[in-house]
Write a protein that binds this ligand. Structure first.
Ligand code: DHB
Ligand code: FE
Length: 287
C-alpha cells in the first residue's frame, strides 16, 4: 500500500525563484535565507519520495476570474511551467502520476470533497519555488508531483477547518492505494505577508512562530482559527497558510498514530515582502 512518509511546509515567494535562477543565492540579502534550506536539501536527498502531493495556490496564472475552483487536483501526465511575465522559469517540467491522482480523486470525492479535476494546468511560482527550495537545480525533478491547487486568492476561500478535514481524506485515499509508493504531502505559501493596501509590507513574526508551534503540537485546534484572524494577524496574503493545514491533516497522529518528528524548522524575515517559514515533519503511522 502507499504511505505518507513526511509532510513539508514552506513559503513560496517568486523572488526566491529569481534569486536561484540568476545565481544570487550567496548575495548578502539572500544568504541567510538559503542557509536555512541547506539541511532541507540534505534531508530530501535521503528521503526522496516516489510522489509528492504538492498543495499550492495558483496566482491567477492557470485560473482567472473566469473560473475559480476551490480545490483542484492535477491528474495530467505532465504540467507545463507557467510564464508569469518574464518567460517560464528554467526549471524541469513537472511529471504527474495520472493513475494515483485519479485514485485520489475517486476516494476523496466519494469522501464528500467536491474536487475539480484538472487535466491541463500551467504551474506558477506557488509550485515551482517550493520545489527549487527543496531540490535545488536538478536536470529533472527526482519524483512524480501531483499538483493540488487551492483558491486562496479570490474570496470566498476555504476555511482552515475544511482544509484540515481534506487532509484527513487525502491520507485515507493514499492508504488505500494498492502500490507501495512513498508519498510526501507538502503545504506551501505564507507566512505573514500583505502585498497591497495601507498595510503592505506587514510581517508578524510572533504570530507566525506561534502558528508553527501549534501546527506541530495542536493542529486540530489551530484548524478552528477563523479566516479573519489570518488576515488581521498575518496580512491579506497570510491566508495562504490555510493550505498548510491540508498537509498537516494528512499526518497519522490526527487519526491515532504517534506525533510526527520535527526533522527541521526554520524561520526568516524578509524575503521580498514575506516572512519565510519552513518545517519538515516525519510521519509515524499507527503500527
Ligand atoms: C510575494 C509573495 C507571494 O506569496 C506572492 O505570491 C507574490 C509575491 C512577495 O513577497 O513578493
Ligand atoms: Fe503567494
Amino acid at each position: 500500500m502507499a504511505r505518507i512518509s513526511a509532510s513539508v511546509f514552506t513559503s513560496h515567494v517568486p523572488a526566491i525563484g529569481a534569486a536561484v535562477d540568476l545565481g544570487k543565492t550567496q548575495e548578502p540579502y539572500w544568504q541567510k535565507m538559503f542557509d536555512g534550506y541547506v539541511k532541507s536539501k540534505e534531508w530530501m536527498a535521503e528521503h526522496t519520495p516516489d510522489v509528492i502531493i504538492l498543495v499550492f495556490n495558483d496566482h491567477a496564472t492557470a485560473f482567472s476570474l473566469e473560473m475559480i475552483p476551490t480545490f483542484a487536483l492535477g491528474t495530467a501526465a505532465e504540467f507545463e511551467i507557467a510564464d508569469e511575465g518574464w518567460g517560464p522559469r528554467p526549471v524541469p517540467k513537472v511529471i504527474g502520476h495520472p493513475a494515483f491522482a485519479s485514485h485520489i480523486a475517486q476516494s476523496v470525492i466519494q469522501d464528500d470533497f467536491d474536487l475539480t479535476i484538472v487535466n491541463r494546468m500551467a504551474v506558477d511560482h506557488g509550485l515551482t519555488v517550493p520545489l527549487t527550495l527543496m531540490f535545488g537545480q536538478p536536470e529533472a525533478w527526482p519524483c512524480r508531483i501531483i499538483p493540488f491547487a487551492v483558491n486562496v486568492v479570490q474570496y470566498p476561500v476555504p476555511s482552515g477547518r475544511r482544509c484540515f478535514a481534506l487532509g484527513q481524506a487525502i491520507r485515507k485515499a493514499v492508504a488505500a492505494y494498492d502500490e507501495p509508493l512513498d508519498v510526501q504531502i507538502w503545504g506551501t505559501g505564507g507566512m505573514s505577508h500583505q502585498l497591497q493596501g495601507p498595510r503592505a509590507g506587514l510581517i508578524n513574526a510572533e504570530w507566525d512562530n506561534r502558528f508553527l508551534d501549534r501546527l506541530i503540537a495542536e493542529p486540530a485546534e489551530l484548524a478552528q482559527l477563523p479566516h479573519i484572524e489570518y488576515v488581521r494577524e498575518a496580512g491579506s496574503e497570510g491566508i495562504e497558510l490555510v493550505m498548510w493545514l491540508i498537509a498537516r491533516g494528512a499526518m497519522a497522529d490526527v487519526d491515532g498514530g504517534a506525533p510526527p518528528t520535527v526533522a527541521h524548522r526554520f524561520y526568516h524575515v524578509p524575503a521580498s515582502n514575506t516572512a519565510v517559514g519552513h518545517l519538515i515533519l516525519e510521519n509515524h503511522p499507527a503500527a
